[in-house]
Design a protein around this ligand. Structure first.
Ligand code: ATP
Ligand code: MG
Length: 250
């Protein structure tokens, strides 16, 4: 039996899930993740159970539409918080490369130390430029209070499309009101974020982000009309499908 470096036996029935938890706890120790982030992950895990802990066909459709929108956009930006950085910094950087998107640190519990830690993590994985750190986050999202409003004038503030994995509902709604196309990755199809976004990928970010990279590579090389793919996507219907899958599991 193989036991990895953090002591999780590979044949443990919950090995994958335990490994993801370890990544987050490790992220907490390294100053990327906040304790509240662990709780948010727990909520996500419960929904992951209900979709069978795999990328569903429904999620795959949303992933395809999201990749198409990112490729069609003039100024796409990927928003990165602590959990996302701890779980899939690598895929974020790759997705930025294949779609030409910017990367911005955007956190709910903002401290300069944590912003710097997240930026450094992204740079270790090859990010060349990271928006939204320190005084760079000088623009304000209207309608939001305090530190949560801050965004980079060269990043999210002027983006046409924003990918916000694991985002809070208030901020998602505010970005939609700013007329941005909002894509989210959120395991809870009932969250305000899921319902407010233009495209919601109901899947675990650890699976969805690499799947987005793959979809973007594929679509970049096809003659398929990207516009057609996005026009045919109906987020409300897609969310209903995810709920149906979950109800089936129950
Ligand atoms: P909202 O603010 O949108 O109503 P919320 O307050 O329930 O949602 P938040 O903590 O604001 O939740 O946002 C975190 C969201 O991310 C939750 O909906 C949670 O289910 C989801 N989530 C947590 N971890 C993951 C993960 N690894 N992959 C995908 N989604 C996740
Ligand atoms: Mg919330």
């Amino acid at each position: 039996m193989h036991i990895n470096h953090i002591g999780i036996p590979s044949d443990h029935p919950r090995a994958k899930s335990l490994y993801i938890r370890e990544k987050l706890v490790n992220g907490l120790r390294r100053g990327l993740v906040v304790p509240e982030g662990l709780i948010a992950h727990g909520r996500g895990e419960a929904y992951d159970y209900l979709i069978g802990e795999h990328t569903t066909k429904t999620a795959q459709r949303a992933i395809k539409a999201a990749a198409a929108i990112l490729l069609l956009s003039n100024r796409p930006v990927i928003s990165v918080n602590g959990n996302t950085a701890a779980l899939c910094a690598n895929a974020v950087v790759e997705l930025a490369k294949v779609t030409g998107a910017g990367i911005e640190v955007n956190i709910f519990y903002r401290t300069e130390e944590r912003e710097m830690a997240i930026k450094a993590e992204l740079e270790v994985h090859g990010a060349k430029k990271v928006f939204g750190v320190g005084s760079k986050a000088s623009a304000r999202i209207p309608e939001l209070q305090s530190e949560r409003r801050r965004v980079d004038p060269d990043g999210i503030y002027t983006a046409d499309t924003v990918l916000v994995p694991l985002e809070d509902g208030d901020r998602t709604e505010a970005l939609v009101k700013m007329n941005k196309t909002v894509i989210t990755i959120d395991l809870n199809p009932l969250s305000r974020t899921s319902r407010a976004a233009n495209i919601t990928i109901v899947d675990n970010v650890v699976r969805a982000m690499p799947a987005l990279v793959e979809a973007a590579y594929k679509l970049r090389g096809t003659t398929m009309s990207l516009k057609k793919i996005t026009d045919n996507f109906d987020n409300r219907k897609n969310l209903q499908q995810s709920l149906k899958t979950m109800k089936g599991e129950l």
